[in-house]
Design a protein. Structure first.
Length: 297
């Protein structure tokens, strides 16, 4: 298995493409937008530059990684001859079903079809594919090149053979795969999202402010990042989508999204990607930080 297609050039997609390419795989990165592909490749180059600066890879390693990635705007062209497709599109069931229907027509029956979904049923996605035993969840963590965990999710029909192939492949990427079963949110988000949602509820109820909530969790619970800052990095729209999937799947009010989260998403405050969420990531704020550092020096 040396030829991989990755669908989606966003945060997760470009991170997955980077990881496979750096491990020596030929990667076809697919997105409907040429602009998104250019942005994704620029992100990969920037992340590789950081790794070169830290001494973790050489300049030659960086160039080889970039050369291993070919971009496509047409899905049917990008999946020709690949052994594995990893779908990393937006966390939206209608979009994912549409993509997997296209993959069912464009790929051979031997091609393994994986999804990077963080909450949507693998069984439901596989229902639109012939030979559903080849459909599996491959949930990478963000940032993909750094984080070791890959949640490997078996759908109802996923075969033992396909599961073993993907588990072994994850190890070959330098990751630690953990096999889980197909329930809403799987393991990672079933535990993480209620914590993030409860942190937003704590803010919504006026118990404490953003900084105070995050500081309690970082210093008191040894979390590397506070839950509200983490939500900003995940994307508040993604958090909302995952909570909605779990609420619909379990019919349990404990998964109901906090009204503050719903309102922030409707207002376009999505976190890092929009420049503002629970924290301000705007260019003016960055300039202010640089100015403060300059004055201190």
């Amino acid at each position: 298995m040396k030829n991989i297609a990755v669908i989606g050039a966003g945060t997760m997609g470009n991170g997955i493409a980077h990881t496979f390419a750096q491990s020596g795989f030929t990667v076809k990165l697919i997105d409907i937008s040429e602009q998104s592909l250019d942005k994704g490749m620029a992100t990969i180059a920037t992340n590789l530059d950081r790794m070169v600066a830290k001494g973790s890879i050489t300049e030659d390693d960086k160039l080889k990684t970039i050369r291993n990635i070919i971009t496509y705007t047409a899905l049917k062209d990008g999946v020709v001859g690949v052994d594995l497709v990893v779908e990393a599109a937006t966390e939206n069931i209608e979009l994912k079903l549409k993509i997997f229907k296209q993959l069912n027509e464009a790929c051979s029956h031997q091609t393994i079809l994986a999804t990077n979904t963080s909450s949507i049923s693998i069984t439901q996605i596989a229902s639109v594919v012939s030979h559903p035993e080849r459909v599996i969840g491959m949930h990478f963590m963000n940032p993909v090149p750094i984080m070791k965990l890959v949640e490997i999710i078996r759908g109802y029909n996923t075969s033992d053979a396909i599961t073993k192939v993907i588990m072994d492949l994850s190890v070959a990427l330098g990751k630690v795969p953990v096999e889980v079963n197909d329930y809403p949110g799987f393991v990672a988000n079933r535990i993480l999202m209620p914590m993030i949602n409860e942190s937003i509820e704590t803010l919504y109820n006026g118990v404490a402010g953003v900084y105070e909530i995050d500081t309690v969790m970082k210093l008191g619970m040894a979390h590397p990042m506070g839950p509200l800052q983490l939500a900003d990095f995940i994307g508040l729209d993604v958090c909302l989508a995952i909570l909605n999937v779990m609420y619909d799947g379990f019919k349990n009010p404990k998964y109901a999204p906090c009204p503050l989260l719903v309102n922030m998403v409707m207002a376009g405050k999505l976190g890092v990607k929009s420049g503002e969420g629970f924290y301000d990531y705007s260019e003016s704020k960055k300039a202010e930080k640089v100015a403060r550092m300059f004055l201190k020096n």
